[in-house]
Ligand binder design. Sequence first.
Ligand code: 5CA
Length: 447
Amino acid sequence: MRLSRYFLPVLKETPAEAQIVSHRLMLRAGMIKQASAGIYSWLPLGYKVLRRIEQIVHEEQVRAGHIPMLMPTLQSAELWRESGRYEDYGEEMLRIKDRHGRDMLYGPTNEELITDIFRAHVSSYKDLPLTLYHIQWKFRDEIRPRFGVMRGREFLMKDGYNFDIDKEAALHAYNRHLVSYLRTYERMGLQAIPMRADSGPIGGDDTHEFLVLAETGESEVFYDSQITDLRFGEREVDYDSVEECRAVLEEFTSRYARTDETHDETVFHEQVPEDRRRSARGIEVGQIFYFGTKYSDAMGAVVVNDKGERMPVHMGSHGIGVSRLLGAIIEASHDDKGIIWPEGVTPFHAGIVNLKQGDAAADTACEGLYNALVVKGLDPLYDDRSERAGAKFATMDLIGLPWRITVGPRGLEKGVVELTSRRTGESEELAPETAVDRLVQIYAGHL
Ligand code: 5CA
């Protein structure tokens, strides 16, 4: 993309309404624009990152054997009356009447809708296990939407639902989700720690939230500092293996880590030596639930088992806050100049800054670099505007591309361009072809 043709409405001023750094930077970098309280338009740069995050979520869900689909945002109140949640959900649910006076709602989550699909089409244990998921907009009429996309009213969620013959099988699905979530967040450059949590309106006893530690997080958390040393890394896990998935769950959840709703000071003191006890704040970027037969009992989702008996199906649901993740990543990765995108989610792989637009050699070199990167499957942003170098650098730093290639007549006389890391600020002078090769190597694991 050439910046002169792109739509990147960066702001010079720091917007007064934004209280936390990720919200400020998303507004300043022209990623989002508020449409109304807690509802945002995704401008091209923000939309690009959103799509990259979605893509990672899809890839990791499919890798775990989960099946993508799409359910609507608007739902009929009938199903929610069946489960008993139409009244229970309270004021967070946006209720709408259609022209025939029928009660509808903008879905805050999809347990009812998916259970209805399941009961219409599945009746035998032979069709299990089954995990269906979608990435779809949700609406929760939060009393205090704030911090931009962190606590929106309309927000994008990946929500997945497992259907299993019994508790044991459903707990394997729970563990499988935990493994897939660890992989997902790490690919985005995040450490998200599973913590024992409260299940709220979704229900059930088994639930973990995934938290990214950050001062601006809305959750208060308590944990054993050893947990922050754990990394999932490059390991391959067989998602069909009950033992392997359970071992990962045990590794990542055996140490004390809880949100304030489940925190128990006595247990904390018993289990964790004083020098490892931490209390901090965190951003909840996902949550997994096992709730047994809560919805299948209420809505009659039954399968026949191998003995011919009719059994309510065991279920769980599993959510990732896709749009919230943009805020969480920025909270975890920025400096005073702007955002620093991890390679896995960056909107463009590299920025090309032409120090002297209109100079024949510089223009030709930039075009050459641009084309060479595109041919290699990379997605560069070429700042081809006739701006001062300082302004071009400031824009690149603000929007946070992890790599910048700077091209100027003086370097070109020596046959070099400069490759700069946004994270470390370190630069290297390289022949243009070498700079391209270097970027290809850097992104090899991310394309
Ligand atoms: N049905 C279950 C799982 S599919 C469910 O709704 N879980 S949830 O309530 O925990 O939401 C899943 C994730 O969505 C949360 O972990 C959080 O990251 C994100 N989320 C929840 N509310 C908001 C909100 N108001 N704004 C942005 N993201 C949100």
